[in-house]
Design a protein around this ligand. Structure first.
Ligand SMILES: *Cc1c(COP(=O)(O)O)cnc(C)c1O
Ligand SMILES: [Zn+2]
Length: 408
């Protein structure tokens, strides 16, 4: 509708929209969608959007699908922005908010990228898509491909979570397990795509997933009445989420819907696989391959992202930073949050909480500042990350009065 062209994110080569395009033909970098924002501003305003249905398609003019008939939707978007007053106060950030992407079809924010990505694949006449995944992306793309009637071929590390394997299988994906990590699955997928002429839906190898994920940034701005927070903290793997939020904010600024000042974007990784924080600390524009990525947090186990330079650009451009937290700190934050606020979040989101606490402690974030944490998936998708300690009773047993005790 309002797409003007497709543009390389590195060399700015221009491409015509409406055709299948994977990476830039000139420099093999990710390409992204550009809009005629003047025309968008004439067609729609913030007031008009306010009255629309609570789905990510409310930002229709800023999304690439040409024909509404191609929209594949399972009801994604407009996830809640939950105030975390109690835990916020305890870490010195009273204005702490959680954008909870656990409450979305397939239980992770990957649904946003899949909704827009699969809609575009359908519009472009794709029959079979193929992708390597750490788990959640596979689950989301399998589900949306099923809804669109497309074939999906999904490759994931053999040690991926059971639930991710099952959600692909139940949605009818052709599923393969790879003895290796995500990058190894990517190599096999790449070969298959070239050989069979499939659509490569890998992270950043098509321009539309980022457009779907962009709606997280649009929603945060709208939910905060178009006054953006001071800081946004994002658990970063392939980097699509943080790149997409940056793109959203730039487009909103150009539309005049938000003021000049940008939130500082923070990329969080595990200290057992931290190529982005390392590159940021060294002032580099690209990351180095992280040898032997040992983190147990699946969404963060990306030793080198194709779009690393875009993540770093988003950080530098907004005066943000890269932060590494240990897996243990992330799991501790996950339990702490559930107890304090009732939110059972994924370990990736918990890493963002641990990072925010660290940044508050070092005064990089001031107590008066507003901070939005992204919880990228439901804790319910990660049942083995938490335990319990509950006695087993016989029918005739009684239990003591614990009403006077402190909460555990
Ligand atoms: C994929 C994923 C991430 C990483 O997201 P990117 O946008 O690729 O950086 C973080 N958390 C969860 C739960 C994920 O599934
Ligand atoms: Zn290029």
């Amino acid at each position: 509708m309002y797409v003007s062209h497709i543009e390389c994110s590195k060399c700015s080569a221009r491409y015509e929209p409406g055709k299948i395009l994977q990476l830039c033909g000139q420099c093999q970098s990710p390409v992204w969608v550009r809009y005629d924002l003047n025309a968008v501003a004439k067609a729609v305003d913030r007031e008009k959007i306010r009255g629309r249905a609570a789905s990510l398609w409310r930002y229709r003019e800023l999304l690439p699908v040409r024909d509404d008939a191609n929209i594949v939707s399972l009801g994604e978007g407009m996830t809640p922005l939950v105030p975390l007053g109690r835990i916020g106060k305890s870490i010195g950030l009273p204005n702490l908010l959680l954008k909870d992407e656990g409450i979305i079809p397939t239980g992770s924010f990957k649904a946003r990228g899949a909704a827009v990505g699969v809609s575009m694949a359908k519009e472009l006449g794709v029959k079979t898509l193929c992708m390597p995944t750490a788990g959640n992306a596979g689950g989301a793309w399998s589900a949306y491909a099923a809804s669109a009637g497309l074939n999906s071929v999904i490759l994931m590390p053999a040690d991926a979570q059971e639930i991710n394997k099952k959600e692909c299988a139940v949605a009818g994906a052709k599923l393969y397990f790879v003895n290796g990590i995500l990058n190894d699955a990517g190599v096999i997928a790449g070969k298959a795509v070239r050989k069979h002429g499939w659509y490569d839906a890998s992270t950043l190898k098509e321009p539309y997933r980022i457009e779907g994920k962009k709606t997280m940034g649009l929603e945060i701005a709208e939910q905060m009445h178009w006054r953006v927070p001071d800081v946004i903290v994002y658990p970063t793997g392939g980097g699509v989420g943080i790149i997409a939020i940056h793109k959203a904010l730039l487009e909103l600024r150009e539309l005049g819907w938000i003021a000049e000042k940008m939130p500082r974007l923070v990329a969080v990784q595990s200290s057992a696989c931290a190529p982005i924080p390392k590159a940021w600390q060294e002032g580099k524009l690209e990351s180095e391959y992280w040898q032997n990525p040992k983190t147990t947090i699946p969404g963060l186990r990306v030793p080198k992202a194709l779009g690393d330079f875009l993540v770093l650009r988003a950080i530098y451009d907004t005066k943000g930073c890269g932060v590494a937290v240990s897996d243990e700190e992330a799991y501790a934050a996950q339990r702490q949050l559930a107890r304090a606020e009732g939110c059972f979040i994924c370990p990736e989101g918990a890493a963002a909480l641990a990072a925010a606490a660290q940044l508050a402690k070092s005064n990089w974030i001031q107590p008066h500042e507003s901070v939005v944490l992204l919880n990228t998936a439901a804790g319910l998708k990660y049942p083995e990350t938490v335990g319990f300690n509950a006695p087993v009773l016989e029918k005739t047993d009684e239990i003591p009065d614990c009403s006077g005790e402190d909460r555990p």
